[in-house]
Design a protein around this ligand. Structure first.
Ligand SMILES: *Cc1c(COP(=O)(O)O)cnc(C)c1O
Length: 345
């Protein structure tokens, strides 16, 4: 692996970060705060929130089995994705490699940051070849993006191939595990100690049921987290989000219950889809959604919209011709979808 200094943008490596009022005093017990030009009234919303979200990270460290210093919290995973580009890729010079098809934000952020994006097509079963991924890299490749379970395909990427990429690449590998709560595979974040070039993404938006609060997690070596903290907006996680995250973390069993119900529903939906004459194939999934190849995805999508039911039409995505991506909903939502599809003529 290259050193972090070799991988980081030179201006970011040398950056002296903004020092906020709440950063500067630290550790001392205090009760009079006249340092941040806040209004003394309207507690608790009058105070700037903890810029490093210490309380959440201490709890998350236990829940996720990583060190608190290995955690970055962002305004959704999307903030962490953007920070990877802003910390490690030089606009107009560096490039990144990613599996294709996958989550669209990796490419959008590459385009915004003027970084070349090199998609490497998965095989017809959505499997990844480590050799193909590594062959797409050159000396300006800083980051490889792997999403597992992958969106929109739903399948997990083969662990051996994934490890071959991580061990064979001299830059950073981001493993996006937004859906790992729905998979029985052991989470990649637990392998951080032996793979310091890995960044693992998790989110509160899916299994944790908190898409509205915008809270994403990145797990990585403390030095990488340090670079993210230098570049992020000082108070990137607002107080209401921090409070709700603490509330959610009090009851992780609730999340387990949701996951179990969704997995049962997923099995039921897949069996029902297989019996629909308009469904040609359902792909294997380890996520809270599945990809189904239909007779005519566009016409069926339009029909569902007219019935007030929205699924994701992926027919124009590479390898996903005539595919709809179906999120597993509540039992009654799922039943409405099935009833509509059974009436489709
Ligand atoms: C939904 C999703 C996320 C979550 O993004 P947030 O910004 O945290 O809501 C991240 N990665 C993938 C692949 C996703 O599908």
């Amino acid at each position: 692996m290259k050193t972090l200094k070799e991988l980081a943008r030179p201006n970011i490596w040398n950056l002296a970060p903004y020092s906020s009022a709440r950063n500067e005093y630290s550790g001392h017990a205090a009760h009079v705060f006249l340092d941040a030009n806040e209004n003394p009234y309207n507690a608790p919303l009058n105070r700037y929130p903890d810029p490093l979200q210490t309380e959440i990270k201490e709890i998350l460290a236990k829940v996720k089995g990583v060190g608190a210093e290995q955690i970055f919290l962002g305004n959704g995973s999307d903030e962490a994705i953007d920070l990877v580009y802003r910390c490690f890729t030089r606009p107009g010079r560096d490039n990144v490699v990613a599996i294709e098809p996958t989550y669209g934000m990796y490419k959008v952020c590459a385009d915004i940051n003027d970084v070349e994006y090199r998609p490497v097509l998965l095989d017809e079963n959505f499997g990844m070849s480590a050799d193909k991924m590594l062959a797409a890299c050159d000396r300006n490749t800083k980051v490889i993006w792997i999403c597992s379970p992958n969106n929109p395909t739903g399948n997990s990427i083969d662990r051996k191939e994934m490890m071959k990429v991580i061990d064979g690449f001299d830059g950073l590998v981001v493993v996006d595990e937004a859906y790992s709560d729905f998979s029985s595979a052991s989470p990649m974040r637990l392998r951080l100690a032996s793979h310091p070039n890995m960044i693992v993404l998790n989110t509160f938006s899916k299994a944790w049921g908190c898409a509205a609060i915008r809270l994403g997690m990145a797990f990585a070596h403390a030095d990488i987290i340090g670079l993210f903290n230098k570049v992020k907006y000082p108070y990137n996680i607002n107080l209401l989000t921090q409070q709700q995250a603490l509330e959610t973390l009090k009851d992780p069993y609730e999340v387990d219950k949701w996951v179990k119900m969704l997995l049962l529903e997923r099995g039921r939906m897949i069996e029902a889809f297989k019996l629909l004459p308009i469904c040609k194939h359902v792909y294997p999934t380890d996520a809270n959604f599945f990809l189904a190849r239909m007779t005519d995805a566009q016409v069926i999508y339009d029909y569902l919209v007219n019935n007030g039911i929205i699924v994701r039409n992926r027919t124009r995505v590479q390898l996903c011709n005539n595919c709809l991506r179906i999120t597993v909903g509540s039992k009654s939502e799922n039943n409405e979808l099935l009833a509509a599809l059974r009436q489709y003529r």
